[in-house]
Design a protein around this ligand. Structure first.
Ligand code: UD1
Ligand code: CA
Length: 460
């Protein structure tokens, strides 16, 4: 059967108490509506319409490449929202899957289930329902004594008896396109919220002998609708758990899923271990056999194989195989650590390339720096890359040895194999193989303490 989908994403999301449209609030690093879109595409539907309204330009900007955007202005309810898709679906004669943009946990499996139920029931409308222990906030599915769906009643319009019903409307439906928009036009906003309710279509269809089916979701936890930020956190917890489950099933050890936060798009290789209190965000890719955490925070990183990262922050950087980072390192955007690099405690790097097998073991800042291979950077080395106006680069050649507590005043170059004496402030280039020392010479004053005593206390 020919399929299209309409995602309703125009609502303000009043209960979120936010400037941002509800469907753009993020869950595990991605806007909630992107999960709905992903499930729809996963179910094989290519023709997708998204109805946007409240700050719709923001939603449109984010998704115009993936869906046809139509505007609903003003937002008068879910039926009115669906009606806005009429033009975009003109001439379409198949079946239309309708989904709210605020139900991010729904999976393609469930969408395929409702499509199958709709097909086999030969219905004009099929409603995806779910039985919930706590149905509060959802529309209730009212059935007659023989179990047939009679209507859907919104929480705010329900009688005490109806409120006791545990079967709820998920807001996901499949409609035959035939006559859909004509019947939508008949809906009136005669209810507690003065809105055009899409749910009223059930009664209207039944009155007009258009069969309505209902399909109960096999996994009710998938239909959580996000209306406020408590539900946002619930969805986050469920999706986060889904992600750590997926990682574990693919061969990654997650020591404590409850304290591990991994964004949806993150990839982690086999036999890597993620220790507690770790956050991995964005489009990070981590290779095999790594040990990440405890306490690692990674964002948009590419990490090779056999890498160790403990108690450190790494952002928008590339880390090659066999590197070791931390504890307490801060790798800022634009860094590249080549194979077997060691970055130790209290080291900050920014826009810096560190060559193979080089070490920055402790207490250093390297910014706008290129370090060759087999270099040792002594404790307390600082690149003075900023003169108050602009940033300047530092180059350190292969095999150089930078003594502890060195200042490298950029722009400056230390040649391959050069040695810098500890405590130097280097302002001029040091040629390859040379020694650069720039510090006051040590002076010895013999018997200085005894002489001071005499000065201060007088002779015995
Ligand atoms: C809706 C259903 C309810 C169901 C619940 C499932 C109706 C009348 N009620 O209630 O039966 O149990 O979803 O989560 O449909 N939207 C628009 N334009 C509008 C209004 C809403 O595009 O004018 C969009 C919203 O952005 C949202 C979706 O439709 O993505 C649902 O709207 P919402 O206000 O959250 O409906 P609920 O009260 O949750
Ligand atoms: Ca909702």
């Amino acid at each position: 059967m020919e399929l299209a989908a309409v995602i309703l994403a125009a609502g303000k999301g009043t209960r979120m108490k936010s400037e941002l449209p509800k469907v753009l609030h993020k869950i595990c690093g991605r806007p909630m509506v992107s999960y709905v879109l992903k499930a729809v595409k996963g179910a094989g539907i290519e023709r997708i319409v998204m109805v946007v309204g409240h700050r719709g330009e923001l939603v449109a900007e984010a998704f115009q490449a993936e869906a046809a955007i139509v505007y609903q202005e003003p937002q008068l309810g879910t039926a009115h929202a669906l009606l806005q898709a009429k033009g975009a679906l003109a001439g379409f004669g198949g079946h239309v899957l309708v989904l709210p943009g605020d139900t991010p946990l729904v999976t393609e499996r469930t969408l395929l289930d409702i499509l199958e139920a709709h097909r086999s029931a030969h219905a004009f409308a099929t409603v995806l329902t779910a039985c919930l222990e706590e149905p509060a906030g959802y529309g209730r599915v009212v059935r007659d004594s023989s179990g047939r769906v009679v209507k859907i009643v919104e929480q705010k319009d329900a009688t005490a008896d109806e409120l006791a019903i545990k079967e709820v409307n998920t807001g996901i439906y499949c409609f035959s396109a035939d006559g859909l928009f004509a019947y939508l036009d008949r809906i009136r906003p005669d209810n507690a919220q003065n809105e055009y309710y899409l749910t009223d279509l059930v009664e209207i269809y039944l009155q007009n002998n258009r069969p309505v089916a209902a399909y109960r979701a096999a996994r009710p936890e998938e239909v959580l609708g996000i209306n406020d930020r408590r539900q946002l956190a619930q969805a986050e917890a469920l999706l986060r758990r889904r992600k750590t489950d997926e990682l574990m099933l693919s061969g990654v050890t997650v020591i404590d899923p409850a304290s591990t936060f991994v964004d949806q798009e993150v990839v982690v290789g086999r036999d890597s271990v993620i220790y507690p209190f770790t956050v991995i965000e964005g489009n990070s890719v981590i290779g095999k056999n790594c040990a990440i955490g405890p306490g690692a925070h990674l964002k948009d990183v590419r990490i090779g194989e056999n890498v160790l990262v403990t108690n450190s922050v790494v952002v928008e950087s590339v880390v090659e195989d066999y590197c070791s980072i931390g504890p307490f390192a801060y790798i800022r955007p634009g860094c590249r650590l080549k194979r077997k690099v060691k970055i130790g405690d209290f080291v900050e790097l920014k826009k810096t390339v560190v060559g193979e097998n080089s070490k920055v073991p402790h207490l250093s800042y390297l910014g706008d720096t290129t370090v060759g291979a087999d270099v040792n950077i002594g404790a307390g080395t600082i690149t003075c890359n900023y003169d108050g106006v602009r940033k300047w680069p530092t180059y350190i050649g292969d095999g150089a040895f930078i003594g502890s507590n060195t200042n490298l005043v950029a722009p400056v170059e230390v040649g391959a194999g050069a040695v810098i004496g500890a405590g130097s402030t280097i302002t001029k280039n040091v040629p390859p193989g040379a020694l650069g020392v720039a510090r006051g010479r040590q002076r010895i004053v013999e018997r200085w303490s005894a002489r001071r005593k005499i000065r201060e206390e007088g002779p015995d």
